[in-house]
Design a protein around this ligand. Structure first.
Ligand SMILES: Nc1ncnc2c1ncn2[C@@H]1O[C@H](COP(=O)(O)OP(=O)(O)O)[C@@H](O)[C@H]1O
Ligand SMILES: O=P(O)(O)OC[C@H]1O[C@](O)(COP(=O)(O)O)[C@@H](O)[C@@H]1O
Length: 306
């Protein structure tokens, strides 16, 4: 069974406008609310790809209730720990040719809620997968991620980690099945300024040597790079009209996992993953299965010799 864990979920309030002017009254052309947070997005995409999973994490208040209702409406399984105070709202602004995001800080998590989630993670069994994704609410320390990762490692639960903290390096000792930094995150983790595809792949190799089994580096409209002990791959994505890239990275994680679980074939899973990321970029909401499968033949995968 796949579980996702979102410690800091959100409602994503998405606004589309032609051109925003700071310091002025702006009016939106379209405004919509979606459940957000990385693990929740992974769960929704897995569901769209007919891959059974359960979303875990923290939710609270009227915003948390919106997320629960939305997930119920889509028949996404979930088992959140509830807390006092509302789940945050993240603002996503889409103009004709640029995207701006303002992510909130997140709710205060009590010790009781903190422990309740740990108990849920302890229930996961050998052979299960846990996707640990997204930021920490300010009341939790990075050591919480370490604690959750260690439990999974000891219980032989495969970890997939997608977080924007340079301390990700400290979690590689738990041998995650997959990590998915984007280029900026890779540079932050390694404290380097990698730009060429060769440098990026070598950066991926460095993280692989530190313990990650598979490293997928997302490169936005330039595609993605992939490294494991045996393979070095790059993916080139087709051009298309970008509607919103919010959730593209999460869709990649879901696409990889959904395909990998069925085939255990890395190249196939990488292609599926990139198709899912791009399918989300080309749609308003997260990708649907048909959109991903239509893009599959248009993704070019190349083996790269370092
Ligand atoms: N402009 C784009 N055109 C096509 N695909 C895109 C575009 N932006 C993102 N994607 C797809 O989404 C994936 C993840 O995007 P990226 O922005 O790197 O992730 P993150 O949101 O985690 O930073 C990319 O690898 C690619 O497949
Ligand atoms: O937890 P963080 O790092 O603040 O990120 C949360 C945000 O990331 C998202 O999960 C989207 O992530 P990606 O675009 O990287 O896939 C949003 O739904 C959410 O608002």
């Amino acid at each position: 069974m796949i579980y996702t864990c979102t410690l800091n979920p959100s409602i994503d309030y998405r606004i589309e406008a032609d051109q925003l002017k700071l310091g002025h009254l702006n009016r939106a052309n379209i405004s919509t609310f979606y459940p957000g947070g990385k693990g929740i997005n992974v769960s929704r995409v897995l569901n769209n790809l007919d891959t059974e999973n359960t979303a875990l994490g923290f939710l609270g208040g009227f915003t948390g209730k919106f997320i629960v209702d939305y997930l119920n409406g889509e028949e996404v399984n979930h088992s959140f720990v509830s807390h006092d105070g509302p789940t945050r709202v993240n603002v996503k602004l889409k103009e004709t040719d640029r995207e701006t995001e303002i992510n909130g800080v997140g709710a205060k998590i009590s010790n009781e809620s903190r422990e309740a989630l740990i108990e849920k993670i302890k229930m996961l069994k050998k052979g299960d997968y846990l996707v640990l994704s997204g930021s920490l609410p300010t009341s939790l320390e990075f050591s919480y991620y370490k604690e959750l990762s260690q439990i999974c490692y000891e219980n032989e639960v495969s970890l997939i980690i997608d977080i924007s903290y340079p301390e990700l390096k400290d979690l590689l000792q738990y041998r995650p099945l997959l990590i998915k930094p984007n280029k900026e995150e890779l540079n932050q983790i390694l404290g380097k300024e990698l730009t060429t595809i060769e440098e990026i792949l070598e950066g991926g190799q460095e993280l692989q040597r530190l313990g990650a089994q598979n490293v997928m580096i997302s490169l936005g409209g330039e595609g993605a790079a992939f490294v494991n002990e045996k393979e070095t791959l790059i993916a080139i994505v087709p051009q298309g009209k970008v509607k919103s890239t919010v959730g593209s990275g999460d869709s990649m994680v879901a696409g990889f996992l959904s395909s990998y679980m069925k085939s255990l074939n890395i190249e196939q899973a990488f292609r599926y993953s990139v198709a899912a990321g791009s399918a989300t970029a080309f749609s308003h909401d997260l990708c649907k299965r048909e959109e991903v499968e239509n893009l599959l033949p248009k993704i070019q995968i190349k083996h790269y010799k370092l």
